[in-house]
Design a protein around this ligand. Structure first.
Ligand SMILES: [Zn+2]
Length: 362
């Protein structure tokens, strides 16, 4: 997937073995992963069969996700909508959530995830159905693997401001403990952040946390997200580094940025698509609170381990730097202080266990 070449020679092989041990064993905190985008291709094809739907001109599990080949964001979102349209009943949501949290989460040492739901991505499906299925999947995944999780309801910025406000009302009327906040995703060009100020204000008044995607948008979108929408995190946010003043402010306020190396490289957002992850490097070097996750893992041919792997290779990172990214993730969660402290302790213990053999990476 990554266009970064593995260095050749025996020393490089040794380094790679140790890198593999570290990236696989690293505890991970997942704050930028979409439920629909984490559905495995085989599962989506299965669900299409179950509901008697011919997938997008007869696509199969092999060609459903065209990893590096999405022409642009619109093409990616079209495939995402195809996947979302066949996740329909409680069992479907249970299955996708469970698989994403176990095979796509705990198996990669993800200790905790805040999952993005996209209710508008499942046309005609009641919000309650989504919640019932996903929460059951979360409970079963925790019982089987120990992974903990909560939810973020993503507003679709391709929709009208009124539709977004309506969704916030539904979230508030159907309040459950697991829904910690709201987000804002889909096309930033169609829906700039200020368009949704009312929906975000309503969410804030109801005590919901807030975050918003800013992948392609200019740095001033980040100020809008923080000041007008009242967000405490930014998803992606790569263009922050184009404005030294906004960067400085975000460093001072310790605003977390949830970066997704593989998907953003494919989309040419975090860099120029050459696997150098230049913008993420600039963000980390500037002292911003950067966290790492995989966005829509099967759709981009990645997983939580692989995103750390490509970043470590591109930036020459070892355990210390990767562990710092994980601890940023702990800090950036919307957990309460006690749960955050427990998560931090668990992560530190696992990082400590990785240390003895990892000196070659430092
Ligand atoms: Zn995203």
């Amino acid at each position: 997937m990554s266009s970064v070449e593995t260095p050749a020679g025996p020393a490089a092989e040794l380094l790679d073995v140790d890198l593999e041990r570290v990236v696989a064993g690293l505890p991970k905190v997942s704050l930028h992963c979409h439920l629909i985008g984490s559905g495995e291709a085989e599962t989506i094809v299965d669900l299409a069969r179950k509901h008697d739907v011919v997938l997008d001109g007869g696509r199969t599990a092999e060609d459903l996700f065209d990893h590096a080949g999405y022409e642009d964001l619109d093409e990616f979102l079209r495939v995402l909508d195809v996947a979302g349209s066949v996740i329909r009943d409680v069992d479907d949501f249970h299955r996708v959530a469970y698989e994403s949290l176990t095979r796509g989460g705990a198996a990669h040492n993800v200790l905790y995830r805040e999952i993005f739901l996209s209710p508008p991505g499942h046309p005609g499906v009641p919000y309650r159905t989504i919640l019932d299925g996903v929460r059951a999947g979360m409970r079963d995944a925790e019982a089987d693997t120990g992974i903990r999780s909560n939810l973020i309801v993503g507003l679709n910025r391709n929709d009208s401001a009124a539709a977004a406000s309506e969704l916030v009302d539904i979230v508030i009327e159907n309040r459950v403990d697991e829904v910690l906040g709201i987000g804002l995703d889909y096309s930033e060009a169609i829906g700039p952040p200020e368009k949704f100020w009312k929906a975000f204000r309503r969410a804030g008044e109801a005590g919901l946390n807030r975050t918003a995607h800013s992948e392609s948008g200019p740095p001033h979108h980040i100020e809008t997200i923080l000041d007008l929408l009242g967000c405490s995190r930014v998803d992606h946010g790569y263009h922050v580094v184009d404005d030294p003043d906004i960067t400085r402010r975000c460093v001072e306020e310790r605003v977390p940025f949830t970066c997704t190396p593989v998907s953003s490289d494919i989309g040419r957002y975090s860099g120029s698509g050459d696997g150098t992850h230049l913008r993420i490097k600039q963000m980390i070097d500037a002292g911003l609170v950067v966290t790492i996750d995989s966005d829509d893992p099967p759709m981009f041919g990645t997983d939580p381990t692989h995103d750390f792997r490509v970043l470590a290779r591109a930036l020459g990172y070892g355990l210390d730097q990767l562990a710092a990214l994980t601890m940023n993730g702990v800090e950036a969660t919307w957990l309460d202080a006690a749960d955050k402290a427990a998560l931090a302790a668990r992560a530190r213990t696992m990082i400590g266990a990785l240390e003895p053999g990892a000196q070659g990476l430092r």
